[in-house]
Ligand binder design. Structure first.
Ligand code: SF4
Length: 363
């Protein structure tokens, strides 16, 4: 018989945390008001991309419009944050604060904001009738040249994030793990798109103040390497596009970000539910039948694409000479795991979203 402690401290802790998470989510809902403005962290964009086998499709990068709509309309969360996620977030906040403190002591640089009293700089922009409001992490100055730049501080963990942020070789060296190629972004090392879009908005707003550079700094919460990216904007064919570490990426445009905010606004104004940008549950039968049920989003083009890509990824694994499993075994495992887009696995409205009666139902 396995031993049971009379004082199950950890179990009691998790239960307490879970209860606190439910209360916290109610509080978050009550305080999530940002007036008539959108959050910069809710930025997203649609890009035309092609998969590794040449399948061309529209890919949403960044926040799901449906999730953003739930938040803005203060719909109660259905999926309380787990104790594990709470731990990760708490460690992330502490790690970010440590770095921000370190930046105050760097020779040759000065932290301009937050200022000596801790006052942060507000971000409040209106463009094409869309208001975006939030708070930026840091504005720093290179003392000798007087150059000012912004800093967005983030943390991450795990070998796959390390591969995407720092490059597969750096990740492999530290984590001593083989990372399946289909998990690695073709552009790696590259910042998380959502963070990139956010800094593009900041740059647009503070450009006139002489701030033409925004650094995104990633600190590893585990043994992984840290990473940093320099972001600025360039004019290409009349569009303001992202430039990361000196290279322009024409697929990431400011107009593309605002188009998504406009789409979200349209849904909020008309009280309609945006279609799912991601898939909270793949239809397991799709692997065998090639068909998607209505409840799994057969009428939503993004769901159809996600299923195609899912199959493509599994087929590539089956065809990989390093792999030891047959296609049937790979399909069987995938079908029993109830796979979803990773964005949905972290969504606080997942249960609500899955149970909405249709893709475009009214709130
Ligand atoms: S579960 Fe997925 S599709 Fe649904 S709202 Fe959340 S992120 Fe969007």
């Amino acid at each position: 018989m396995s031993y049971k402690s009379p004082f199950p401290l950890l179990d009691a802790t998790y239960e307490t945390l879970q209860k606190a998470a439910v209360e916290d989510s109610k509080l978050r809902v009550a305080h999530s008001e940002n007036g008539d403005a959108f959050w910069p962290s809710a930025a997203s964009i649609v890009c035309n991309v092609s998969s590794k086998t040449g399948y061309v499709y529209e890919k949403v990068e960044g926040t799901c419009l449906r999730q953003a709509a739930y938040k803005m309309l203060r719909v109660p969360e259905t999926d309380a944050t787990s104790p594990t996620s709470m731990r990760i977030m708490a460690i992330g906040t502490v790690a970010e604060d440590i770095y921000k403190e370190w930046f105050h002591g760097v020779d040759g640089y000065r932290v301009v904001f937050p200022d000596i009293r801790g006052k942060k700089i507000r971000f409040n922009s209106v463009f094409n009738d869309i208001r975006v409001r939030g708070e930026v992490d840091l504005i720093m100055e290179h003392i000798e040249t007087g150059t000012r730049f912004g800093v967005e501080m983030k943390t991450y963990e795990g070998s796959i994030a390390a591969a995407n942020l720092c490059g597969p070789d750096a990740a492999k060296e530290v984590h001593k793990a083989w990372i399946p190629p289909d998990y690695i972004d073709d552009r790696a090392p590259f910042p998380k798109i959502q963070n990139l879009l956010q800094t593009m908005l900041y740059l647009q707003e503070f450009w006139k103040d002489g701030i033409h550079l925004w650094k995104i700094v990633y600190a590893a919460r585990d043994k992984g390497p840290d990473a940093t990216f320099d972001v600025t904007l360039a004019d290409i064919n009349g569009e303001k596009v992202a430039v990361v570490d000196g290279k322009a990426y024409p697929e990431f445009t400011l107009s593309g970000i605002y188009a998504r905010y406009s789409e979200l606004k349209k849904h909020l104004d008309s009280k309609t539910l945006p279609p799912r940008d991601y898939v909270p549950e793949y239809d397991p039968d799709f692997l065998l039948t090639g068909r998607i049920s209505i409840t799994h989003g057969s009428s939503n083009p993004r769901s159809v694409v996600a299923h195609e890509l899912w199959k493509e990824k599994l087929d590539a694994r089956a065809g990989n000479p390093r792999g030891k499993k047959t296609r049937e075994e790979i399909y069987k495992t995938a079908m029993s795991e109830f796979k979803a887009d990773w964005q949905c696995n972290y969504c606080s409205f997942r249960d609500r979203c899955v149970n909405e009666t249709s893709d475009h139902s009214l709130f």
